[in-house]
Design a protein around this ligand. Structure first.
Ligand code: FAD
Length: 427
């Protein structure tokens, strides 16, 4: 069995943040990074817009503002982002405030899905130049912390310290690991909502502000706006029993006028927090996802705003012509009636958010606008951490979206750095 000083599971931004930080602190450490995908690195491959303003991407229960800014400075120093310009913000902010809503002004950069890939390749090259071994296409399966080893689908590997950062997709895997390590956890929060797709002229704010972050009453917010060459996509999830459900998401390629499809998409999400009797966010999400999948014949659902307002389901016909004048960028969604599948409380607050948004940026409720359902974000595994470096058992650390320490690329990167500061004590 080969033993490393450091094993990092997951080559997303959390894993990257930790790896580069350890290289700096312990240049001679023997480091292995493994990832189940044959390429690297997690969510940085999708759209890669990065936010550099607190609290975007930083769950406040783990990140007081001063602490987050301390780490954000390190992330900024490393990634050297070109912050996008913004204009007319005060006008939108004043309109939002009149309605009891707010628009956060965030420092952002946007590399696009293709630009993100270029960054990933450069980061991989730098890791290898610094002696880090990358094992791509290898999946961690189990851990034995007494023996200080993990099993992957290919071999056994020893470690002095390990970071497990499997991202949102690794949500269930991380729960299995916590059971193996006897780490108590809850997962009582999730975000549920829709993805909206429309023509840029119906949401022109994106010309002033690439990813505008609106906050509405009842914990509803806009999230992850993409425009230009923008696409809605679906992500496949499996339940423990092997049933399939989909969450929608969105991304865009880097700005290129010649490839612009004229569309914009963004999520409107409502945060749900369960209290007694405590429900699992993961299980709740699966039930919602399966319900949508059942209605959509195995596909996520889509409905035109015009149909939704009239209380009628959308049909294939509604996605083909006349008034409903643009085709959905996601071809694998089923025309349907989202109000049959969505919990009414979530739908009510989201629709209210959309009406507010249409008053702040008139146009979004154009009948042609498409609402895709479900968009679900699971980031709320809450392990019982032993210290400020996200240590869950002696020499075992977690970080990133799957571990609840972040909700975006920069937060994940920062939480990787924070974990690494505890890990180096074991090297
Ligand atoms: C479509 C899409 C678009 C997004 N757009 C943005 C955006 O524009 N801006 C933003 O800030 N955030 C965005 N996000 C979210 C962002 O990707 C995440 O916040 C971020 O990547 C989290 O980092 P992470 O390191 O925790 O996990 P990830 O980036 O998900 O990386 C985890 C890695 O672990 C690997 N892994 C999982 N389980 C195992 C295992 N058992 N063995 C080995 N490897 C394993 C996975 O293959 C993955 O590569 C987007 C996400 C998606 C899905």
């Amino acid at each position: 069995m080969t033993t490393y000083d450091v094993i990092i599971v997951g080559t997303g931004p959390a894993g990257m943040g930790a790896a580069f930080s350890i290289i700096e602190k312990k240049p001679n450490a023997k480091i292995l990074m493994i990832d189940q995908t044959p390429y690297s690195t997690g969510g940085m491959r999708n759209d890669c817009k990065m936010n550099f303003t607190y609290p975007i991407g930083f769950p406040t229960e783990y990140w007081p503002e001063d602490l987050a800014n301390h780490y954000l400075d390190m992330v900024t120093e490393f990634l050297k982002p070109n912050i996008l310009p913004k204009s007319n913000i005060a006008t939108y902010q004043a309109r939002a405030e009149r309605l009891g809503c707010s628009l956060l002004e965030i420092k952002q950069t946007h590399l696009g899905t293709d630009g993100g890939l270029e960054l990933i390749k450069e980061l991989q090259k730098r890791l290898q130049e610094n002696g880090v071994e990358l094992a791509l296409g290898e999946t961690m399966e189990s851990i034995d912390n007494e023996k200080k080893c993990i099993k992957t689908d290919k071999r056994e590997l020893g470690y002095k310290t390990i970071l497990i950062a499997p991202g949102r997709h690794g949500f269930r895997f991380l729960q299995d690991v916590m059971k193996m390590l006897d780490v108590p956890f809850v997962d009582n929060i999730l975000d549920v909502g829709i993805r909206v797709e429309t023509r840029i002229e119906h949401y022109p704010i994106v010309k002033d502000y690439y990813d505008p972050k609106f906050y509405f009453p009842k914990q509803v917010r806009t999230f992850c706006t993409n425009s230009g060459n923008a696409h809605v996509v679906k992500e496949k999830y499996l339940t423990e029993k092997g049933d399939v459900w989909y969450s929608v998401n969105g991304h865009a390629f880097k700005a290129d006028e010649s490839k612009n499809n004229g569309l914009v998409n963004f999520a409107i999400l409502k945060t749900i927090r369960f209290t007694e009797p405590l429900a699992s966010g993961q299980e709740f999400a699966e039930h919602l996802g399966l319900m949508a999948s059942l209605m959509g014949g195995g596909k996520p659902l889509m409905q035109r705003v015009g149909d939704f307002r009239l209380g009628r389901r959308s049909k294939d016909f509604d996605f083909n012509g006349d008034l409903y004048d643009f085709k959905p960028s996601l071809t694998g969604a089923a025309p349907s009636d989202i109000s049959l599948a969505m919990p009414s409380k979530v739908l009510r607050f989201i629709w209210s958010g959309m009406k507010n948004l249409d008053t702040i940026v008139p146009g979004i409720l154009h009948p042609s606008t498409i609402m895709y359902y479900p968009e679900i974000k699971l980031y709320a595994n809450k392990p019982q951490y032993k210290d400020d470096h996200f240590q869950v058992a002696k020499s075992v650390f977690f970080a990133g979206d799957g571990a609840g320490t972040s909700r975006g690329i920069t937060g994940a990167w920062a939480s990787g750095i924070r974990a690494s500061e505890g890990m180096v004590e074991y090297i």
